[in-house]
Design a protein around this ligand. Structure first.
Ligand code: FES
Length: 216
């Protein structure tokens, strides 16, 4: 997919928050080379992974506190992409020595990144996940599933719970998945498909797993 074909004015998940530490992590997001790291106090930063001098990937350089030192000639950039040291230039620091920085935000165990115009980044636009911190709700927050396909196929699959009874026969099919109606809510910027299933016996497979857990 060409990088111009992505929607840029929105928040994306760059990865799980725990995956980013005080080291330089290089990623390609929407076709952009990005380097992500945390300052010693945990503050995350995301910069274009290219030094403005000779375009060496900054991820090949050194993380020094909350700043990145280019591994070629030592230009050093803070988390906003501003050059704060130019060892071979002396003063003043070259004005054009500025790296693009991407707004980032830790939320829901993910690191979110805004790939559009930074001036439009509003953390209130990060998708709301009701009850995420409600201790009476359970959540699955472990692991990741790598899928070798266009991400839109995954979106399509997850918006289609009506396939569960026929595709997932070895896991969570059953328990009304074949006849309970779906609720479809059309939003201004998307659609939510959901289904609540009450008063049904759980699928045989899941019941067996639950039984094993209880025995343990
Ligand atoms: S390429 Fe980065 S300082 Fe020269």
């Amino acid at each position: 997919m060409h990088s111009n074909q992505f929607m840029r004015e929105c928040w994306y998940v760059a990865g799980r928050s725990a995956d980013f530490a005080d080291k330089l992590t290089a990623l390609t997001l929407l076709g952009d080379a990005v380097v992500i790291y945390r300052a010693p106090d945990g503050t995350p930063s995301a910069l274009e992974d290219a030094c403005p001098h000779r375009k060496l990937p900054l991820s090949k350089g050194n993380l020094k506190g909350g700043a990145v030192e280019c591994g070629y000639h030592g230009l050093t950039f803070d988390g906003t992409g501003t050059c704060i040291a130019a060892p071979t230039q002396g003063d003043p620091i070259p004005k054009r020595a500025q790296v693009r920085s991407y707004p980032v935000e830790d939320r829901y165990g993910f690191l979110w990144i805004w790939m559009g115009d930074a001036a439009n980044a509003d953390t209130a636009k990060i998708i709301d996940i009701p009850n995420f911190d409600n201790p009476s709700w359970g959540k699955t927050a472990l692991g990741a599933l790598d899928i070798a396909s266009n991400y839109l196929f995954v979106v399509d699959n997850l918006l289609d719970p009506s396939h569960v009874a026929w595709v997932h026969v070895t896991s969570f099919a059953g328990a009304g998945t074949d006849h309970r109606p779906l609720d479809i809510e059309v939003l201004e910027d998307g659609v939510i498909v959901s289904r609540w299933i009450f008063s049904e016996t759980g699928s045989a497979i899941l019941s067996r797993h639950a039984g094993i857990r209880r025995q343990l």
